[in-house]
Ligand binder design. Sequence first.
Ligand code: SF4
Length: 200
Amino acid sequence: MQLTRRQFLKISTGTVGTIVVTEMVDLGLNTTAVQAQALSIPIKTGKQVPSICPYCAVGCGQIVTVSDTGKIIDIQGNPDSPINQGTLCPKGAATYQLVTNDLRWTKVKYRAPGSDHWEDQTLDWAMNRITELVKQTRDANFNETQDVPDGKGGTVTKRVMNTYAIASLGGATMDNEWNYTHQKLMHALGVVYLENQARI
Ligand code: SF4
């Protein structure tokens, strides 16, 4: 019989659990509480979807389990990922709570200049506001030319078409295609401070 990597890990994990409980019994320890705890863990079934942890540049693989109604019911490390091999750090292990959290804010919070309170705004409103401010900042700080060293101790005027007033920092959740499109947009605006923490 051929085993997949995931089947092997599942069997190994189950075997280790059995050995630990058996050895505790051999040592004369009462394992009732341990066994009760093991039995109370619900077995989550549903469609398993491979994904990537959204938090950091390591890019650990995850398996998102989804119910028939499309609800996320579990997120675990993906044993098939060569990066994390089924493990997740505490932050990645808490990803489930990112999507299932009653305290999560789902509206844009805006506090106007000089105001002492926050207002709820729509995502469309926020997008339009960001666009206005980017345009305004770029127009007010755009450099068509710049004096740069000429290599002989003097300067020479070059056409640069850039702005130093805007910077862009991407995150690990941006995939290759998104980063490609994003750098196209930033370069078209003349942004030169362009970085991504995922080092891609
Ligand atoms: S699980 Fe932890 S180390 Fe892995 S990508 Fe997520 S935050 Fe980074």
